[in-house]
Design a protein around this ligand. Sequence first.
Ligand code: PEP
Length: 259
Amino acid sequence: MTTPERRPLVAGNWKMNGGRADARGWAEAARVVADQTSNEVALFPPYPWLGLVLEAVGGAGAKVVVGGQACHPEPSGAFTGAVSAGMLADLGCKSVLCGHSERRHVFGESDDFVAKSMAAALEAGLVPVLCVGETAEEREAGQTEAVVARQLDAGLAVLRSGDDPLIVAYEPVWAIGTGNPATPKEAAEAHAFIRQRIAERDPERAATVRILYGGSVKPSNIDGFLAVPDVDGALVGGASLDPETFAPIACAKAGTADG
Ligand code: PEP
């Protein structure tokens, strides 16, 4: 269901990819694409390229939203290698990913750490994109809903009021970077569960929150995901590293899949 609040959002997560020239080129291409679609377009580049990406998409007031891939819960201090939410906001970022699967599974971020980083993001005025999703083992063990509920509840608990912004990304770990996406049916089940879980705390938020699907999204499968009523866009990794694949995903229309 596309409502004004749930305008489809297509976000590119570049992870640790691309040099300076790539970043400039990809950002300039995203700026062009954002003018050609009614979808919202967002980019999550590596930290060193945030400044140039912000400039390349058009600076303050640009259509393309630019955000960090993670932030530390603390505003400053002895946390070598980390970046605070306030720094991202100071730079001009509007959003930040919280608890991306690689932060959870490669860097060991716990639900508690992710929730605290989300609280820091809100405090800094950023829109947090709370990423949740189960591993293959957890799905096989029938724990998908329990895992997603646990990750979701930890994040929802730090929302200060119904006015705090939130975007959720459902990204099954087994689908990320594997070329093995969830089926639209699997995404539909997980997204409906997430929306229902949010509704138990805040029905108004549940009606308006955008829930993105992430995991091996490509030009060939985006229509199938956007046809699912509870899917409000996509978080795209690999396919965001080439404007030729990112552009058609970013421009896909909700509810246009065959069948
Ligand atoms: C991601 O990085 O969030 C992601 C979904 O990656 P990919 O599209 O490559 O699976």
